[in-house]
Design a protein around this ligand. Structure first.
Ligand code: ZN
Length: 411
């Protein structure tokens, strides 16, 4: 990818995405393989006024070795210095930019059981700090292609061509072109999805009813007074508006935990920590996933659903029109950041307390009492199809079409 385009992309991430403020601390996390782009990002953050930019490097191949040789007990242990660092971070609330680049197979061969044990042990210590930081810092997840990931998306191309092709898709789906100002383009699109979110919030639907020829037949209740979100959020400590995912097309909320019924049929494969789940359906009774069928990855799907007590309940419902550039590309990116922005989806597990008007002030327990699911997992899967219809039902029973044939019922 040409340097000029990379600079535009870095500019987009730092300004329209993370929105780095003067004298703010920034933490970038990225794979060691992405050091040239991280250098560019670091420079762009400093130019935007960052006080200090720190980088936390990772390396999937090393992580896989950890899971092969070290015990679950060792890996699950949070050392005092790690906890102190996390406590400091929860105090300082630095802006966090996560660069995602690993291919979906990066952790192939990892013991799913061990991963679940380690995740649970670490979360037990880390979660209070994460909860404390919720809504108080700017964050962004964005992508840079690695050869492995690019080859997965474009298996017939050579390595260099595949990386170039994936870069082009990242630029296109993030609205970065040769001759535009990507920040302006991004903001125009964000206004559109945020208007949709406002409309949904004002409708005050009690429930949404999904229907599709593939077998999806599902009803989910919504939380009274909850808001729908799109594109960006505001950091409650400094008022900075940031866009936490790039690309982003979705309009989403957290549904009432434990209140849904019926079957959702997946329309795209799910890549979970490098493991694939394909052609699957999940059936809910009394708000809980009671059964699932997958042609590929049945065990992985069952593991996700049983990760903890509330992983079987929904934490998110999201609406994405079929015109989304990610869907239009016809590609499977094997990466939730992209694939979840291709189609309507739901997420098993953790919900977002920020969708409650007073959410930022609530503890996780208080939010849970109001219907926001809490879990150590948050796993999205796609249910949007070209014929998906979604009907909004108001508390008085009035029905309003929300989605018709896979897209917004009204422009
Ligand atoms: Zn989502």
């Amino acid at each position: 990818m040409e340097q000029k385009m990379l600079e535009k992309y870095a500019h987009l991430l730092v300004h329209a995405g993370l929105n780095v403020q003067k004298d703010q601390e920034v933490i970038i996390s990225a794979s060691v393989e992405q050091y040239p782009f991280v250098e560019l990002l670091t420079k762009t953050c400093y130019e935007a006024g960052a006080k200090e930019v720190r980088v936390e490097w990772s390396f999937a191949k090393k992580r896989l070795l950890d899971y092969t040789y070290a015990s679950a007990e060792t890996l699950g242990q949070v050392k005092p210095w790690e906890e102190a660092k996390m406590a400091q971070q929860a105090e300082d609330c630095p802006a966090m930019l996560h660069i995602m680049s690993d291919g979906p197979d990066a952790m192939n061969g990892m013991d799913a059981e061990k991963f679940a044990t380690v995740t649970q042990a670490r979360q037990k210590v880390m979660k209070p700090y994460r909860s404390k930081m919720d809504g108080k810092y700017q964050w962004l997840i964005a992508a840079v292609p690695s050869p492995e990931w690019a080859k997965k998306v474009f298996p017939t191309l050579g390595e260099d061509e595949a990386v170039e092709a994936l870069w082009r898709e990242i630029m296109r789906t993030c609205y970065v072109t040769e001759d535009n100002d990507p920040v302006t383009a991004r903001q125009a699109h964000d206004r559109y999805t945020m208007a949709k979110a406002d409309w949904l919030t004002k409708q005050g639907f009690a429930s949404l009813r999904y229907h599709s020829a593939n077998g999806t037949d599902f009803t989910v209740e919504l939380i009274p007074g909850a808001t729908w979100c799109a594109a960006g959020e505001t950091n409650s400590t400094n008022g900075a508006f940031y866009v936490p995912n790039m690309p982003t097309e979705e309009v989403f909320t957290s549904p009432m935990a434990g209140r849904c019924e019926g079957t959702l049929v997946s329309t795209k494969p799910l890549s979970y920590n490098g493991q694939m789940v394909e052609n699957f359906s999940v059936t809910f009774r009394d708000g809980k996933a009671v059964s699932c069928q997958a042609e590929v990855g049945q065990a992985v799907l069952e593991k996700i659903i049983s990760m903890d007590e509330h992983a079987c309940m929904l934490g998110e419902v999201a609406l994405v029109a079929k015109e989304s550039p990610i869907n239009q590309s016809g590609l499977l990116f094997y990466n939730t950041l992209f694939d979840e922005n291709a189609a309507c989806h739901v997420a098993l597990g953790r919900g977002f307390k920020e969708i409650l008007p007073d959410g930022a002030q609530l503890t996780v327990e208080e939010a849970e009492q109001r219907g926001i699911n809490d879990s150590i997992v948050h796993v999205d899967f796609m249910v949007g199809s070209d014929d998906l219809s979604i009907v909004g039902v108001k508390p008085d029973g009035t029905e309003v079409p929300v989605f018709v044939n896979g897209t917004w019922a009204t422009a």
